[in-house]
Design a protein around this ligand. Sequence first.
Ligand SMILES: [Fe+2]
Length: 207
Amino acid sequence: MTEASRTPRTRLPTDSEIRALHARHAPTEEAFALVHTHCEIVCAIALRLAGSAGLDVDVELVRAGSLLHDVGVYRLYDDGGRLDHAGYVRHGILGHELLRAEGLPESLGRFCSHHTGVGITREDVVRQGLPLPPGDYLAESTEEKLVMFADKFHSKTDPPRFLTAGTYAAHVRRYGDDKAELFAVMCATFGVPDLRPLAAAYGHEIV
Ligand SMILES: [Fe+2]
């Protein structure tokens, strides 16, 4: 038995506990459907990639982290049910705060605050004038990197859509060649998911 397997760790919430947490914080049925479905899809992509790439990751942490990564979006809706698009980049830190207030471990909160784009640096915050406390918001563990990567292949647009690697690469290049290069490295590390089965299952188109 390894040292790690002897160390008891915090129990992670089950799928149904996470679903209930979403339902508790979603301001509307529509918001719940949009965000929770997206999280389910990101979870499916991340777990498939973990398997196909033969990654040595904590699968339970990937599952719970991906299912929770976007809960902060619920905090961006106003009383009229409208989403604050201008402040959208804050959904990560808002989600981390939400999970902290729920008593969930930092290891889960980090999936919220460290999954945006291909990682946000202190320089990005300053240079782009982002509404975030200056700091680095970069995925560090393989689990965090995998969830951040899987998130790039599905978008909560109206209607929601799957994005190919080429579509996301073209999008992220607008933020700099260094960002596009980071995405290319992740594609090589984790592989590019086959989105067709999920697109068929959820009825979202691939663009
Ligand atoms: Fe997401």
